[in-house]
Design a binder for this molecule. Structure first.
Ligand code: SF4
Length: 446
């Protein structure tokens, strides 16, 4: 099997018809107005995209480029500029940042001083919440003892380490440049530097991987007692070389759908034996802490900086140009690098809220009412979304209570399928389109 967006059968067919989004290229004034009037609350999250890597993994769906020191330097300077541009635009909204997350690419590549500059630049224009979370994704080979101490000094207090697997052959198949020893050193260094909140990313559905070796991988990860373990299936997108490598038989295909399910539930059960409870259908934690950007990505308000970053103030959603050179040029001209933007209705945001809460296993009607000023049942009836929920209840995926809805054990895997299908058909499709052209007039997804 190839785990691309066509692998999900009827589920995928219906999901693709249920949601459509069109991003348009707007003039600067219109884009600024949409962003400025788009915030749905004062407390916001920040996402920063750092798109450089030392090598390009053949299946990677993200916006990433090979590092070039001079381009990386201009990029970092542009990013600080971009923060100032938004700062000036939004200063009278008195926004307060509760958390900052940096994804990539490889955010552990630049000198940690860059993160100190980011924090200072944000602090100049926005309120920084006391006890703010500042997390970056990191590749194991970058987390030397010296680097992790410097990251701490720079203000970074959460790390998500891309271990992926403790088996050499899996790392080789994925085209990763780190070794198993690098991962072990990284975990130990992070512990020495006193990082309390650490997530390990682990990957399954890798060609030749078996259910048994996946369980062994998770056992090894759990032995290091990170705060959280996140499990990702290897997703295949048509715009990266792994797709054609698999289709031409140069790389074996992935485990079957039956094994996908077995791998999933063995993760749920085995991690539970080690004290890790699901906090989302794909991530497991030993404490209430969660390394995640999903909540504000889905519900807002999220302010995003950098090439290919997607922001969601709440009433609109925007995507920055995916071309680093165009991004740098745009900032140099004093223009926001927004390549596409679209308004988001209260109804869409409400449905995103429901999807996000169910991905975190439970939704409470009172929380919905507080956020949207409307009774949950009225909203789902009015928008017709109650039918989708009823269908999921009849399938045994959801359990309804007086005051809440919870995901069942069966529903966990159902969510795992629909969640990854959504990632392949919406965010990955957006990346695919915006990688094709830096400033398209209009992009509709899926
Ligand atoms: S998977 Fe990570 S390290 Fe590999 S190319 Fe993508 S962003 Fe870079």
């Amino acid at each position: 099997m190839i785990l691309d967006k066509n692998a999900f059968g009827v589920r995928g067919f219906f999901a693709e018809r249920a949601f459509k989004a069109t991003f348009r290229r707007e003039g600067q004034e219109a884009a600024r107005d949409l962003v400025r009037s788009g915030f749905v609350g004062r407390d916001i999250s920040v996402y920063i995209h750092f798109p450089f890597c030392t090598g390009l993994c053949p299946a990677c769906p993200y916006v990433r480029y090979i590092q070039k020191p001079s381009l990386m330097e201009s990029y970092c300077n542009s990013l600080i500029e971009e923060v100032g541009m938004y700062g000036r635009l939004l200063k009278d909204l008195e926004l307060r940042i509760t958390d900052i997350h940096v994804g990539g690419g490889t955010p552990s590549l630049p000198d940690p001083v860059f993160y100190k500059r980011v924090l200072e630049a944000l602090g100049e224009w926005f309120d920084l919440c006391k006890g703010l979370s500042f997390g970056i994704e990191a590749n194991p080979e970058d987390l030397t003892e010296d680097k992790v101490f410097k990251l701490r000094e720079a203000g970074v207090n959460e790390l998500s380490i891309g271990v992926q697997s403790f088996f050499r052959e899996n790392l080789r198949t994925l085209g990763r440049r780190h070794s198993v020893e690098d991962s072990i050193d990284a975990i130990e260094n992070v512990e020495k530097a006193g990082f309390e909140n650490v997530n390990l990313d682990m990957m399954y559905m890798i060609p030749r991987q078996t259910v048994e070796s996946w369980v062994e991988d998770l056992e090894l990860a759990a032995e290091y007692k990170p705060s959280q373990i996140t499990t990702y299936p290897l997703l295949i997108v048509p715009y990266r070389p792994m797709y054609s490598l698999m289709r031409r038989g140069r790389v074996p295909e992935q485990p079957s759908m039956r094994e996908f399910k077995q791998m999933y539930y063995s993760a749920v059960d085995r991690l539970d034996d080690h004290g890790y409870k699901p906090v989302r259908y794909y991530s497991f934690s030993r404490s209430p802490w969660e390394y995640s950007t999903v909540e504000r990505e889905m519900v807002g308000p999220l302010l995003a900086f950098g090439a290919g970053a997607m922001g969601f103030p709440g009433r609109c959603e925007y995507v920055n140009t995916c071309s680093v050179r165009e991004y740098v040029k745009s900032i140099a001209r004093g223009m926001l690098p927004i390549a596409g933007i679209r308004p988001v209705s209260k109804e869409e945001r409400g449905i995103r809220w429901i999807a996000e809460r169910l991905s975190a296993l439970k939704l409470e009607f009172e929380d919905f009412e507080r956020e949207f000023g409307e009774k949950f049942r009225e909203f789902t009836r009015r928008t017709g979304f109650s039918r989708a929920l009823t269908m999921q209840r009849l399938m045994g995926h959801l359990k309804f209570y007086e005051d809440r809805i919870e995901l069942t054990r069966k529903g966990l895997f159902g969510r795992n399928l629909s969640g990854w299908h959504f990632v392949l058909s919406v965010p990955c499709r957006i990346v695919e389109e915006y990688l094709r052209t830096p400033w398209p007039r209009e992009v509709t997804v899926p």
